[in-house]
Design a protein around this ligand. Structure first.
Ligand code: ZN
Ligand code: ZN
Length: 837
């Protein structure tokens, strides 16, 4: 008998066995109900952290349960393995990004294996590999052919000292991360994906209970805000100066009712009109300085509500078409070029940002909506008044409800041919080109005669050149290759210049879930039949930080692929769980704070089972998890307690003359109150674990129930007149149930009880509902007229339910085992007589 639980002795052994048997490999089986379980794939940083362990442990417990319940569970893993860190490592250490990446993947694979997760390893997807890049490029070309990929000039972050383009994450407080020089903007011709064409569908599906029923409300709200659809009007203003009369100064507004309250206008500093507007004005120099200053700020900083308003008068005036009034035109960075038309009408009385701007620059504030509240002095406002009221100071619209005036004013403008209703979105097209090496090459060629053309599909993949230098300066390292840019126009066969930009890595992660369905296919990106068997993802699990970009891009991608007939579902992820962070001492685990607990350290000391159990026990998955060393220790002690209990039961079985617990008969007959108590705790535990885990991710309450069961089993075994059959049954079910949380230890115990194989291969124990009934009457069970057993059943069951409950109970099954039931006579609340042959 093994006295002590040492995880180190058993975990590797079981991991090897599972892999030898390919226990977690799955294929499409139409006879089985499928379940696609997916955790967001990691970036190969080289080190697994607790956030990963949490993510994968949550998925794994669910996957094991569903598999044991008979579902065909697909649970794949891979690596999101293009991206900047590999390139930075190349600049710093001279290691090629491919070498750095593959070494890190090997290292992370090793750590992942230590966790014993149920991955189908044969479906591994590594996005940096040519076989993935090939289909990424093929997809790019399909998007291009559908008019969803295009090139246009747009500003990029530029470090004048390094002479290089910077990604947003390389800009820290407006400065280059490497050399601390102030970052400016530089216009580059870049590739875009037209995600805005899908804005309405991306938005409307969020509220479709058929398509994405299990998404957290919080994530849906974030996506809605990001898309930012608003219904409003476009109203055309013009400038006073006759030489600028041709400029269309149209504004977008949701508040056409306030047009009589316009006291100034603002144009975005990067608006293409600005050059003409300020040229030759006395204010030109000041305006140019302001434009330079605005370039250094991010859109997020500029649109921050708390930022102090800045601006510069252009010296020009616009004419308000509603009342003919002349109003000054300013440059101000709070107006972004990419929202609306890049020009706004300033209504300081009824818009807070305009109010702050007008206050700072001493501009008029004219109220045009009156709330009818005497406590508000409309002519000495302390802040903008945004609520509803009656229209004032607006000519013929005076006296209307301002809500009605929105339409009335727009119609008036429409009648004059200078306005119309429109919809506006905050969502912008997706800038997908990166001036980087370590990404998937964009498969496009530029021919002097035929312009941009996609590479011939038979030439894919176009892979990254090796004859490059990583200096961190100047253009992308790809440009240093002698041959890479030398392509051939697919139309005329003449030399064409190959695109040197690579793709945003968010493209790679926008379809990896489809590749998992058919990961080894070298003839197509995936087989549609296979994808349609597995898709869509039944449960997706990942961090809230991906609520917008990754989840929006993947939805967009999948929607386009749906339109192309490459997948049968419009939405890729049916249910989404966003797990909380792992913190320690109230702070996020981070190297700089020095509070990082490494998974390896914990696994070495306690084993993966303890780490997994603790992570699932300590907090519900969506909540923050506060790391606690004593909590980990407690989980280890609990597993040890289960270990000793099972070995003790094995000893009892041997003493009773059985070869093993597996060989011993399991008797369910409950003769005493203690028997019934054990049966009750056992079945309520099974119920709490299976329902709690599958429906609500209530791992922690499930584990707490298992702990109660173990206590009850300890109590029961020391009683006189115990029913060993009941005890053995409880021991087997305990091990099977706990195996979804502590799979290595439970397989070891399963084996020591005399069983073969893994708990994973066993059916999930079913709940005997009759054992859960507490408010009851005692009835007798007769077999061929003789009283054989007594049972507690609910007092108020009808005949049918009563008979069903009694006949399906484990006790009755034990009584009739091996016999044929000929007839059943049921008298609710009294007895059941079973006639058997
Ligand atoms: Zn720099
Ligand atoms: Zn050509």
């Amino acid at each position: 008998m093994k006295e002590r639980y040492y995880a180190q002795d058993i975990e590797k052994k079981w991991q090897d066995r599972w892999e030898e048997k390919k226990l977690f490999a799955v294929t499409e089986d139409p006879a089985k109900e499928k379940f696609y379980l997916l955790e967001m794939f990691p970036y190969p940083s080289g080190k697994l952290h607790m956030g990963h362990v949490r993510n994968y442990s949550i998925g794994d417990a669910l996957g094991r349960l569903l598999h044991m319940q008979g579902k065909n569970v697909l649970h794949p893993i891979g690596y999101d393995s293009f991206g900047l860190p590999a390139e930075n490592a190349a600049i710093k250490n001279g290691t090629h990004p491919r070498v750095w990446t593959s070494q890190n993947i090997a290292e992370m694979n090793r750590q992942l294996h230590q966790l014993g997760i149920t991955y189908d390893w044969d479906r591994m997807v590594e996005t940096y590999k040519p076989e993935y890049a090939k289909w990424m490029q093929w997809l790019f070309i399909q998007f291009y052919k559908r008019g969803l990929a295009y090139k246009k000039e747009s500003p990029a972050n530029w470090c004048p000292s390094c002479q290089t383009v910077l990604a947003n994450e390389q800009v820290v407080d407006g400065r280059c991360e490497r050399c601390k020089t102030e970052v400016t903007k530089k216009n580059l011709s870049q590739w875009y994906f037209a995600i805005t064409q899908y804005a309405d569908r991306l938005l409307d599906n969020l509220d479709d209970p058929e398509k994405m029923p299990g998404w957290p409300e919080r994530v849906k709200v974030m996506q809605k805000n990001w898309i930012g659809r608003s219904y409003g009007s476009e109203l055309r203003f013009r400038l006073k100066d006759s030489e600028l009369e041709d400029l269309d100064m149209t504004v977008f507004t949701t508040r056409a009712d306030t047009v009589f309250g316009v006291t100034f206008m603002v144009i975005s500093p990067e608006h293409p009109y600005v050059d003409r507007i300020i040229a030759g004005q006395p204010q030109e120099a000041a305006c140019r300085a302001y434009i330079e200053q605005a370039k250094k700020q991010t859109d997020i900083e500029r649109s921050s509500l708390t930022k102090e308003k800045t601006g510069e008068f252009t010296g020009r005036y616009a004419i308000n078409p509603a009342n003919g009034k002349e109003v000054p035109l300013y440059l101000a960075d709070y107006v972004l070029m990419n929202y609306g038309t890049g020009i706004v009408m300033g209504v300081p009385a009824h818009d807070q940002r305009d109010f702050e701007f007008a206050t700072k620059f001493g501009l008029d504030i004219i109220p045009v909506v009156d709330p009818g509240d005497p406590s508000i002095d409309l002519y000495h406002l302390k802040e903008a008044f945004v609520a509803e009221g009656k229209v004032i100071n607006s000519g013929k619209f005076d006296g209307m409800d301002n809500k009605d005036a929105i339409d009335a004013v727009r119609k008036e403008f429409e009648a004059q041919g200078i306005g119309h209703a429109t919809v506006n979105y905050k969502l912008r097209d997706w800038l997908i080109s990166r001036q980087r090496y370590w990404g998937c090459p964009i498969p496009m060629l530029y021919c002097e005669e035929h312009g941009w053309q996609p590479e011939k599909e038979e030439n894919l993949p176009i892979y990254l050149p090796d004859d490059v230098e990583f200096t961190g300066k100047g253009e992308s390292p790809i440009v240093t290759s002698k041959t890479y840019q030398n392509g051939v126009c697919p139309i005329c066969g003449k030399p064409a210049r190959r695109e040197v930009d690579t793709m945003d890595t968010f493209l790679d992660s926008s379809w990896y879930f489809l590749r998992y369905c058919d990961a080894k296919n070298d003839r197509q990106a995936w087989d549609v039949k296979k994808a349609n068997y597995w898709m869509n993802v039944d449960q997706y699990i990942g961090g809230i930080e991906h609520a917008i970009m990754h989840l929006m891009y993947a939805r967009f991608f999948n929607m386009v692929l749906y339109d192309m007939g490459l997948v049968a579902y419009e939405e890729p992820f049916r249910n989404l769980l966003t797990q909380g962070m792992v913190i320690k001492d109230g702070k996020k685990m981070s190297k700089s704070i020095g509070n990082v607990v490494s998974p390896e350290e914990i696994i070495e000391k306690y084993g993966a089972d303890t780490a997994r159990l603790f992570i699932l026990f300590a907090a519900p998955p969506e909540k923050e998890l506060d790391w606690s060393d004593t909590g980990v220790e407690g989980c280890y002690r609990f597993l040890s307690r289960v270990w000793r209990l099972v070995y003790e039961f094995v000893g009892i079985a041997e003493e009773a003359g059985f070869a093993s617990i597996a060989e011993a008969p399991k008797r369910y007959l409950c003769e005493s109150d203690d028997d019934r108590q054990l049966a009750y705790v056992l079945n309520s535990t099974l119920k709490r674990v299976s329902e709690g885990v599958a429906q609500r991710f209530s791992f922690n309450t499930g584990i707490a129930a298992i702990m109660e069961l173990v206590n009850e089993m300890y109590r029961y075994k020391d009683l006189e007149n115990t029913n060993v059959g009941l005890m053995f049954d409880a021991a087997e079910k305990l091990v099977l149930t706990l195996s979804i949380f502590a799979p290595h230890m439970c397989d070891e115990l399963w084996e020591c009880m005399g069983h073969e194989g893994s708990c994973f291969e066993q059916p999930w124990p079913s709940v005997d509902e009759s054992m859960l009934v507490r408010n009851t009457v005692e009835i007798v069970v007769q077999v061929n007229g003789k009283v054989r057993s007594k049972m507690d059943v609910p007092a108020d069951l009808d005949k049918e339910a009563f008979e069903k409950l009694v006949m399906e109970s484990c006790e009755t099954k034990a009584l009739t085992e091996g016999k044929t039931v000929v007839k059943v006579v049921a008298l609710p609340g009294k007895l059941v007589n079973i006639v058997v042959k």
